[in-house]
Design a protein around this ligand. Sequence first.
Ligand code: KIV
Length: 284
Amino acid sequence: MGKITVRTIKKLKENNEKFSMLTAYDYSTAKYIDQAGIDIILIGDSLAMVALGYENTNNIGIDEMAIFTKAVARGAKSAMIVTDMPFMSYTIDIPEALHNIGNMIKCGANAVKLEGCNDYILELVKRCTQMGVPVMGHIGFTPQSLNVIGGHIIQGKNVDATMQLLEQAKKLEQAGAFSVVLEMVPEESAEYISKNLDISTISCGAGRYCDGFVMVCDDLFGKYSEFTPKFARKYANMQELITTSTQKYIEDIKNNNYPNENEVYKLAPQDAAELEKYTNKCLC
Ligand code: KIV
């Protein structure tokens, strides 16, 4: 399969075809989900919580995002790679933001995701697009503003709020964004926004009628158990797999079942016989 680009995403919307997006943070996960056919891999700042054990997504810095972006880029061949710009790495001023965004592209990202839609963000989206960096917007519930919003609160809950979200999405589209994540938005609102936008919408708890859908891989694989949003669907139980396989490993060691005959390196027979002669001799 060829590389997924902004053109592929645009075509999918034109043809009314859905696309898939999943987070990944390491080389082997990126490799397997890429081979499985995922369209977009997001190095989400959710990695702060699910892979690094921080309390929220605001605890991660640009240097850490760089390490994980490089790992994912080494594993994924076809999927479009999008790096989430972390808290305060793009909001202080445009030169610093462009410097940090440029570094993520040098680490292997094909695009970046930016949260929010004020005049500053719109100017940044414009500048990135002019510089050759595709931008994915992110509106609705924006986790980096958790402390200002005051909780995980559904956004766009009435007609006025829906119209405001559509206006934001349209401004992002005009500024050059190629897609926009809608997080924690009622599906009727998300459907209305999707139908009135040329760029693709991506549902993150925004119902069934967006153009693309995203999940955090640790939720999908059943690996992260501290917090599971309503819209996360668990397709596997890796937590159980990790626990039971570790318990079996410990048991095998205790019962002298690990390693077995096929899992060891052996001396050549003549060297083994030679060594045998020393077996009962003390070398000290
Ligand atoms: O950080 C993340 O994983 C995200 C997605 C869930 C949209 O921003």
